[in-house]
Design a protein around this ligand. Sequence first.
Ligand code: SF4
Length: 189
Amino acid sequence: MEELCKKVVEALKKRDFEAAFCATKEEAAAAVLAETARVARVGMGGAMTMKELGVAEKLEQEGKLLTRGADCDVFLLSANAITADGRIVNIDGNGNRVAASVSGPKKVVYVIGRNKIVEGGIDAAIARIKAKACPPNCVRLGKKTPCAATGKCADCDSPDRICKVTAIFDRRPTGTPTAVYVVNADLGY
Ligand code: SF4
């Protein structure tokens, strides 16, 4: 997987992102804490990866994790999926995570575990999200959706549906400095 992670890093650089490979979770946590060391306000969207890194807890202890939206110095998030050729894909319910990753923060920082990489393009990325990210997220959030009950997407019409906004990043959004750390470890879902 290390080779694939490094391939994604190179693909992200070609798409105008800052990008770096992290061999371990500890390296990734250190990278995030370095990104947030000299700022006062840190936002976060989709917290599982940051929780697993121990970063969310540390930033809370430091009193920096003050916002959940775009009005922050650094916005931290992961991706629901990333293609091997460097396209980031995220699906949101209310869209606040996606919105903050496009514009608003002074910098956006992704940490993406190797388990999020797909080799089949955008369709494969969306399929991964519907199969592996949304069902456990619906369970975690207490949503009454078919996928929470069965583990499978039914392309539902549920009021609790969390798949409402799909963002595909072909390139870094203009005006938003964005760093992406690709980690040779499984993180989040
Ligand atoms: S469309 Fe509905 S059933 Fe499918 S993954 Fe999203 S919330 Fe779950």
